[in-house]
Ligand binder design. Structure first.
Ligand code: NCD
Ligand code: ZN
Ligand code: ZN
Ligand code: ZN
Length: 355
């Protein structure tokens, strides 16, 4: 007979947008980290594309102050690249962030960089021991790979989604380049057919792809280092407007979706733990805390339903999907922080992992 409860290390989601400060009508750090715990996530790394992007020490310090009183799980931040901050001389910034995020395509927020000279300056001056993360789609993936010949360094590719992209990354890894990559559950489980049904609620960057792309991601699972949610909440009103912003929430559904894949034999539980905990800790130099874990009832099956979510945006592209495996309890630094739908700690329990 199958065991009912399993205990796995708490998930580390290294790609979330909790919108705080600046767009707290979409999410704030309390609702975002509450959603994280509900999904078995004990640590999140938040992206810098806030309303006022995190591209200066001053903006970073303001964000630290705001978030400090709101987090129920642990967290860290990324710094954002701009065309003005490409020298990276401020040691204070370096010590306060997990990595540097560069947007090489247009997406939500105002962080797009296109000036090749500035891009090269960032590649050359950001310290080699801290990851440089890129939002790079299609030909921008090739551009980064060729830049790496001139400026060898660690680079992490965010949300890889195409067959061509994962195959290029596989080749580049085989040639010895020190690169890593992540994929999202929406790119592993949803296709462009789903986007037709979801309308604006399936609009995301990179877009949902074909089933051939999905098959290529699953086939190249050993090339993938991390699975992240790219939790990117927008309100229903915004999604239904004439210009829906790109992005879908996901921090509380990643684990259940992956457990379905485990039950179908597409993924081993051991590999799930590597992709959601061991590898993110390794790649982003996070101390892996052995006192953080999640207890999951792997026999319980339930429907993902908008009204049961903790994210402030109140919807999921997976609404109506049946999943098996429910998070019952979450322990962080030895303390029980979540049980059966309830967050059990104060909104200042979460720690900034860089402080
Ligand atoms: C993200 C957002 O809304 O902040 N949107 C998205 O479609 N993924 C930005 C990003 O990660 O590109
Ligand atoms: Zn067991
Ligand atoms: Zn992105
Ligand atoms: Zn993102």
């Amino acid at each position: 007979m199958r065991e009912r409860f399993i205990k796995i290390p708490g998930l580390i989601d290294t790609h979330v947008h909790f919108r705080d400060p600046g767009e707290t009508h979409k999410e704030d750090f309390y609702t975002g980290t509450s959603a994280a715990l509900a999904g078995g996530v004990v640590c999140v790394i938040d992206m810098p594309n806030n309303k006022e992007p995190i591209t200066t020490l001053q903006k970073l310090k303001q964000k630290e102050e705001v978030v400090k009183q709101k987090a129920v799980c642990d967290y860290g931040f990324y710094f954002g690249t701009s065309e003005e901050n490409s020298r990276h001389e401020e040691i204070e910034v370096l010590n306060r962030v997990v990595g540097l995020k560069m947007y090489l395509n247009l997406t939500h927020g105002a962080l797009f960089v296109s000036n090749l000279e500035k891009i090269k300056e960032h590649f050359a001056s950001w310290p080699k021991n801290k990851p440089l993360l890129v939002h790079a789609e299609e030909e921008k993936v090739s551009m980064v790979l060729s830049l790496l010949k001139q400026f060898p360094r660690r680079v992490h590719f965010c949300h890889i989604s195409l067959k061509e992209e994962i195959e290029q990354i596989k080749k580049a890894k085989e040639s010895g380049l020190p690169i890593t990559c992540e994929v999202t559950p929406h790119h592993l489980f949803l296709t462009e057919e789903d986007e037709k049904a979801l309308g604006p609620f399936g609009r995301v960057n990179p877009p949902l792809r074909t089933s051939a792309d999905i098959d290529a991601l699953w086939k190249n699972l050993d090339v993938i280092d991390i699975i992240v949610s790219d939790h990117a909440p927008h309100t229903k009103e915004e999604k239904l407007s004439s210009l829906p912003p790109p992005g879908v929430p996901g921090v509380e559904t990643t684990l259940s979706l992956l457990l379905v894949a485990v039950s179908q034999g597409k993924l081993s539980l051991e590999r799930l733990v590597d992709l959601t905990s061991t590898n993110p800790a390794k790649i982003f130099n996070l101390s892996s805390d052995h006192k953080s874990w999640v207890e999951v009832d792997i026999t319980e099956s339930y429907l993902i339903e908008n009204e049961n979510l903790k994210t402030k945006c109140g919807w999921s592209p997976f609404e109506g999907k049946r999943v098996t495996g429910r998070v019952r309890r979450v322990f962080l630094r030895g303390q029980k922080v979540y049980e059966d739908g309830k967050v059990l700690v104060k909104p200042s329990f979460g720690k900034n992992i860089c402080q």
